[in-house]
Design a protein around this ligand. Sequence first.
Ligand code: ADP
Length: 525
Amino acid sequence: MQLKLPPRTSPKQFDAALAAFARVVGKDWVLASDADRDAYSDIYAPGSAEPWASSAAVAPASVDEVRAIVRLANEHKVPLWPVSRGKNLGYGTAAPRMAGSVVLDLGRMNKIIELDARLAYAVLEPGVSFFDLYEEIQRQKLPLWLSVPGNAWGSVLGNAFEHGIGYTPYGLHARNLCGFEVVMPDGDLVRTGMGAMAGNHAWHLHPLSYGPTLDLAFTQSSLGVVTRAGLWLQPAPPSSLELVFDIPNEDDIGWVIDTIAPLKISGLVDQNVFIPSWLGKMVLKGQRADFWDKPSAIPEWRVAELLKQYKLGYWQVALRLYGDETVVKAKADIVKAAMARHLAAPPTEHWWHEGEPMNAIDTTMGVPSAVPLQMSDWVGGRGAHMGFSPVVPATSEHVLGQLKRSRKIIADHDVDFYASFTIGGRFATNINMLMYDRDQPAQIDNIKKLFNALIAGTAQAGYGEYRTHLGWMDTVMDTYDFNGHALRRLNEKIKDALDPNGVIAPGKQGVWPSAYRAQAKEGRA
Ligand code: ADP
């Protein structure tokens, strides 16, 4: 990728900044060739990745190096874009919101600082991946389980900072974070919660600070660079049972939600229950050309044929219960009776007991896997995907309303429909996967129009997205419009107070420091 300098930085200033960075991290860890910039670009960008091109990357190995880099960024007025492992596929990968930013790659800081089975928590640096943590737990034979996202090739902390979700009782990942260490935009170092006291023993156990609790202010945020955090883990259960229900019809999602959400809210079901539509299974069986030979969206009659041929329901519910076997059995009876009021076919049941091997791709048991990446191959070519991800109340009215609305908008744009609802408690996260070939300009153009139509139509109906791709961060922030965008004004005030030079992640989630507010117009898809 061609060099795009940060706004208002001359080539001479930029070179001076990189030379100063190299004096901190060593020249091998300042990555500024065309090939380096390619490596940090958004490999799933809808169309060209240029609007979100970094100018370079710098990879510190310690907190002191992070602090030194942040101070130099202020001195040289060069903006940084922190990433943990930078694997945020579908939302921008490692690429920055503002073109010309320098990626601050924390992947080398990959120490598992603590792993405590007694109180079930870990203390991690940002570069620790789900696979690293899983393997270390296996190596030490600790009775701890992870919660992983569908595609778990990224960083444990990075995913939680971006509000990622998983499908276990610990599935709302940001809620498992406890006690942060943060390099502030001026290079100062802060520890939140009990960690504000030097040597405090309960830093990663008590989730509140003395005074305002700021931990989550550093997630989906540009207010600092998190250099370590505590993470609560699930104690490994002695047994677990998976109940797999095939749900025949599209509209059945209404009774499924009204049946499962109350069980989740009451605590009988403790897992985040993932309910994908049929295409979630088909993407693992081949490419769309194997099932439908036209460029247009697969029509409903063909969907019906495919469901019959592959013996699939329109939706699948793989509900998992965890705990002592007698308790799991009793809970399973209640779940089965509730589902049987609507569904004649009993579920398929899979028991697991302590000591037995785990299924290598079971996200509901916290086993990391990259298998769902296969979905990008659905359209063929240089396939990629983006997720349109609004959050709705977990009731049939809201879920069916959301389903019909997004279904119509997606059909109007002649794109295959692949939705999932994940019951997280009182809410359901609705992820609509949109697959495209990066080398088909007409397809890309259509996907961009579709994405804008989805955001607008969904916001008009009273729902917002929990996370989005770089190209829509401002568009989505625009939809959070109460009292003349009061939340954005507050975010900007805090941003300017803490980061007057705007050096940390300008534009992240549509929050711009005044130093770069003019850039907000650029890089919108
Ligand atoms: P993953 O590798 O798990 O996909 P990323 O490293 O891509 O996660 O992080 C996702 C996003 O979270 C980044 O784009 C960045 O905005 C934010 N982020 C990640 N790590 C940090 C960090 N250590 N400090 C502050 N923000 C971070």
